[in-house]
Design a protein around this ligand. Structure first.
Ligand SMILES: C[S@@+](CC[C@H](N)C(=O)[O-])C[C@H]1O[C@@H](n2cnc3c(N)ncnc32)[C@H](O)[C@@H]1O
Length: 276
């Protein structure tokens, strides 16, 4: 890679197109830019930089390719067994259980939480409040609509089959599944940027998976601090299976289940929830 040309592309994207490339790691950005270079048959970074500056359609295409919104219902099913047991224990010891799906993409993770709470007889679903947040407005729009298309590459029914009775929570149509209103009423969505926005407060469980792998280490720590401040004392954090807690925060997040990447905060000044 030509470092200079790569840096020039990243600076242009940040200053002119408003996407904060400096928050993401170089290998992630490079994979996306290289893929656009191939798709546009450009002869390297310099040629692609010229194309990008002059072609608004290519600017849109590159920004689209940066949106890392791969997700699914009950993604990594073994993690959901761990989430189930955390929700059971929170439900047994709290009148209300506030759950935050941070970086929820199109909302399937947040709806999975709400379905699980309804499905499990040991969880009092009426006490569980789910908030889904993301930085992407189009993803949040899909989340609020709660309609997910079946495509050649996405077997939604297979994802949902983690719960035998999933049709209680979604209406299955020919080409899509639609979250039933009784479920969607229990999940709220709002925009939140984990890098620039304030922490929330009073959450018992935060699920923030498959975002840190893309983030520059300098920002990862402050994002995890934002999450720690959003949790009640004794609250839980679930991160992605390929993600780790930086050494500087190992005293803040103690391991609850190392294999499933479930952690617990021992003490914060968490107070009443500001959301949900
Ligand atoms: C790969 S998806 C993860 C979705 C879901 N958590 C999962 O594991 O299936 C990453 C999401 O992070 C969101 N994101 C990127 N930067 C963010 C930020 N600074 N604050 C909040 N969300 C962000 C993206 O818009 C995207 O929807």
């Amino acid at each position: 890679m030509s470092d200079e040309a790569f840096d020039a592309i990243c600076s242009f994207v940040e200053s002119d197109l408003g996407f904060a490339t400096s928050h993401y790691n170089d290998s992630y950005l490079d994979r996306r830019i290289s893929s656009r270079i191939r798709r546009t048959n450009s002869e390297g970074y310099e040629a692609y930089a010229d194309l990008l500056r002059s072609d608004p359609d290519e600017q849109t295409a590159l920004l689209d390719s940066f949106s890392i919104n791969v997700t699914g219902f009950f993604r990594n099913p073994d993690v959901w067994d761990g989430v189930r047991s955390v929700l059971r224990s929170l439900s047994a010891s709290n009148e209300t259980v506030h759950v935050w799906s941070a970086a929820c993409a199109d909302g399937r993770e947040a709806y999975s939480l709400a379905m699980l709470a309804r499905d499990d007889p040991e969880i009092d679903e009426s006490s569980v409040y789910v908030l889904g947040t993301d930085i992407s407005d189009p993803a949040l729009e899909t989340a609020r609509q709660g309609v997910y298309r079946r495509t050649r590459t996405t077997d939604i029914d297979d994802q949902l089959s983690y719960l035998e009775t999933y049709e209680d929570y979604v209406e299955c149509e020919d080409d899509c599944v639609r979250i039933r209103p009784t479920l969607s009423e229990t999940v709220r969505f709002e925009r939140h940027d984990l890098i620039n926005d304030e922490p929330k407060s009073g959450f018992d469980l935060v699920i923030c998976r498959n975002l840190f792998i893309y983030i520059d280490p300098a920002y990862k720590e402050s994002m995890l601090e934002t999450i720690a401040r959003s949790l009640r004392p004794g609250g839980y954090l679930v991160i992605g299976k390929a993600e780790t807690i930086p050494p500087s925060l190992k005293a803040t997040f103690t391991i609850h289940d190392g294999r499933l990447r479930i952690y617990r905060v021992d003490s914060t000044d968490g107070s009443a929830p500001s959301n949900g």
